[in-house]
Design a protein around this ligand. Structure first.
Ligand code: SF4
Ligand code: SF4
Length: 736
């Protein structure tokens, strides 16, 4: 019998591993058809090892969701420990009394193997409860599993359960099947409490029957495990194999910060002299890098990203999860074409030929309410609907949540780039903003001559670079104050600019502004996908800043902050950039600003995505507000990393929002739910969006008159210079 079990076990292993290996080779060839990765990803072994330890071994992101995180950790760690029992199982094919070298003598080994086997079963029960309670059938779009492949997920839970119980029975029978006390010959089984319990159940059947049971269940356990391995290579559970390389190669385990320049064949595209064959973004699935395809294949369909996405949660057709699944399914559908030689392509079936020519982005014809129809629609006319692509606010909530470090925003922007640069296909209303940027260097088209209007009503003089004939920023200037387009040209944001300037003046911080020397940083153009325009504006600004010798820059706009600090180094601009919330918190802490007057208001703070999630500035704005006497700070239900977008990012500020609910109104309602007198933010775009939301609710009569939406600097100023806060508070934001 031992020989038969060895032969059957080995034959099974060779056949099933062969099938899995062939599938992996096929996937490797598919990845090879994609673009090479851009330079600058994690390359040092130390960095990769740290990422694997934190994200994979310690399951950092999964633990952000306590229940599901614990269950996943139990299965993950359980499977790692169970791998030892698998090795023991294969060993016993050759030697019935096989044990692992060195640790095989420890009863603790058997104890932990059985403990983690039972933890796996407990986790399967927990997953079952979670999946039933959050079923899309009962929760609809609110379920994070809406759109996931549910059948395979249940099958995998069933398979994991099968691996555990077959192994435990095999080990129980193994204990009874030996002539002498097995625990003397296999000391690790002394601690295997669950296996011993099975052994006590099976003992009355006698040694011979237990011998048969040991063989049958050992082969069954190995068959289930090997079958599971094959299934993994054909299913979304490919993440079990792919998450290790995906996490190791991720550029950003958290929300993004900087977008990358446009790369083609692994090299940055030179927009002044582009090559003839240069790719401008992603127009076909094979235009993604192989890391992009790895992202799509690694998606676990857990729906954490979807549950946080402002677009999805306000009824738009974009779900970052469904987008990753769609791209993966399309890449797999196109794989026969992509992996075939030129001659072989001619022999593909008509369906395979049709998939190969399917446009990546275009009207799909399926209902906005039912993005999943894309999978089932017969003869779709495109893979991704433009409404999906243009619904993204680039808020980064998806990247922040994703447990396997998928970089959704980069993929969305890369597809936008192709649409804008190659197809000139983008929401029509955004063309006004792009035109204004091109001709007036600001999104409103007001022009440089108005960039100092904000300073006219101040009771001190603002130093303007070049006004006194200086060619370099003088040494006595502590900061160059980057005012930004909104700060200089939008009535509501000008109020913040004046507040910050006054506070710097009060703290004796010497600052200077560029006045008409400033141009838009290019953030809205870049998020739209118009990289050429971004490069133009960025190079113009960097030249101005470098010529002026700028070193330290303070900025009030979260988007300008992100671009200046994280993206200008890509075009030769290296500065120490500080957001005004950080600087004001520091000045208060140093005693250079002392809030004295009571502001007896209830204030809630909205974390701007580009300040908080993208740049991890969470404490400074709260420190500023916390320093104001009398102020009562109430947190929003979704705050810090889980803050809900105001709806302005990703150039959405300049696009109509015709689908679903308005994001700014949803966020405003959340803010109003904590009954504040003041909603504070630290970004002019958030203030405009939330101001619009409050104004709408006031008109509808669901928000009290007098609720203000202001910058944190404005609140601080009330406590430091109460004599100045006579500016009318505007809750009516200015839409372009
Ligand atoms: S960046 Fe924000 S809006 Fe865009 S897909 Fe991710 S969560 Fe949704
Ligand atoms: S993209 Fe990430 S967070 Fe979203 S479903 Fe896939 S694995 Fe989960």
């Amino acid at each position: 019998m031992l020989t038969a079990r060895l032969v059957i076990g080995l034959a099974m292993t060779v056949v099933l591993l062969g099938i899995a290996g062939a599938r992996l080779r096929y996937l490797w060839r598919l990845g090879s058809a994609a673009q090479p990765i851009e330079p600058g990803r994690r390359t040092s072994t130390g960095e990769i090892a740290k990422a694997e330890l934190v994200e994979v071994v310690a399951q950092r992101k999964l633990f952000q969701w306590t229940g599901a995180g614990l269950a996943h950790a139990a299965v993950f760690w359980g499977f790692c420990v169970l791998l030892l029992t698998i090795v023991e199982g294969f060993g016993s094919l050759f030697t019935p009394t096989f044990q692992l070298p060195v640790i095989g003598n420890w009863p603790a080994l058997g104890f932990f193997e059985d403990l983690f086997a039972l933890l796996c079963v407990a986790a399967i029960v927990a997953f079952t409860i979670i999946r039933i309670r959050q079923s899309p059938r009962t929760e609809g779009r609110k379920s994070r599993f809406f759109g996931s492949h549910l059948g395979p997920a249940w099958f995998v839970l069933f398979m994991i359960f099968n691996v555990v119980w077959t192994l435990l029975i095999a080990r129980g029978a193994q204990i009874n099947a030996q002539e002498v006390n097995t625990t003397d010959r296999l000391p690790f089984l002394r601690g295997a409490f669950a296996s011993q319990w099975f052994a006590s159940l099976l003992e009355p059947l006698g040694r011979h029957t237990n011998e048969i049971l040991e063989t049958v269940f050992l082969l069954l356990a190995l068959a289930v495990l090997l079958g599971f391995t094959v299934f993994v290579t054909y299913s979304k559970h490919l993440h079990i194999l792919l998450s290790l390389p995906n996490v190791g190669l991720a550029r950003r385990p958290r929300a993004l910060g900087a977008l990358l320049p446009v790369y083609s064949s692994g090299k940055e595209v030179d927009f002044e002299d582009p090559g003839e064959d240069d790719l401008m973004g992603v127009g076909k699935v094979e235009d993604f890098t192989w890391k992009g395809l790895l992202d799509f294949g690694t998606c676990t369909e857990c729906g954490r990203c979807q549950s946080q996405c402002p677009a999805w949660n306000t009824g738009k057709p974009l779900s970052p999860k469904v987008l990753m699944m769609t791209l993966r399914d399309h890449a797999l559908a196109k794989a026969p074409y992509l992996t075939a030689s030129e001659e072989a392509r001619a022999g593909l079936t008509p369906e395979q030929q049709a998939v190969a020519t399917l446009p990546l982005v275009g009207p799909t014809g399926y209902a906005v309410e039912d993005p999943l129809a894309a999978y089932t629609a017969s003869g779709p006319v495109a893979v991704i609907d433009p409404d999906v692509l243009w619904s993204c606010t680039t808020c980064g909530a998806c990247v922040e949540q994703c447990p396997v470090d998928i970089e959704h925003v980069d993929h969305i922007v890369d597809m936008r780039r192709h649409q804008v640069l190659m197809e000139s296909a983008f929401p029509e209303e955004a063309s006004v903003m792009l035109n204004n940027l091109e001709h007036a260097a600001d999104p409103w088209g007001r022009g440089a001559s108005h960039r100092l209007d904000w300073a006219e009503s101040l009771d001190f003089e603002v130093r303007v670079f070049g006004a006194a004939g200086e060619e370099r920023i003088p040494d006595d200037v502590d900061y160059l104050f980057w005012v930004g387009c909104a700060g200089a040209l939008d009535e509501t944001a000008m109020r913040t600019t004046r507040a910050v300037a006054t506070l710097l003046h009060e703290a004796s911080v010497e600052f200077m502004v560029l006045g008409d020397g400033e141009a838009c940083t290019g953030d809205p153009a870049r998020r739209m996908g118009h990289e050429f325009l971004f490069q133009m504006l960025a190079q113009q600004n960097v030249e101005t800043l470098n010529t002026a010798g700028a070193r330290r820059i303070v900025v009030t706009c979260a988007h300008c902050f992100n671009t200046l600090a994280n993206e200008y180094p890509q075009v030769g601009g290296h500065y120490e950039v500080v957001h005004h919330s950080t600087l004001l918190a520091r000045l208060v802490a140093e005693g250079r600003l002392t809030p004295v007057a009571e502001v007896s208001s209830s204030v809630t703070y909205h974390d701007p995505c580009y300040l908080g999630r993208h740049n991890r500035i969470f404490s400074a704005p709260r420190e500023v507000l916390g320093a104001v006497p009398g102020l009562r700070l109430t947190e929003l239900p979704r705050n810090r990393e889980r803050s809900f977008c105001c709806g302005a990012g990703g150039a959405r500020m300049w696009m109509d929002e015709n689908l679903g609910q308005r994001i700014n109104v949803v966020r405003t309602d959340e803010a109003l739910s904590v009954r504040p007198d003041v909603i504070a933010a630290a970004c002019p775009f958030c203030i405009t969006m939330l101001g619009d939301g409050v104004a709408q609710r006031q008109v509808e009569g669901t928000a009290a008159a007098g609720i203000e939406v202001v910058d944190i600097a404005d609140v601080l100023l009330r406590s430091i210079r109460p004599d100045l806060t006579t500016d009318p508070v505007t809750t009516q934001g200015q839409q372009p």
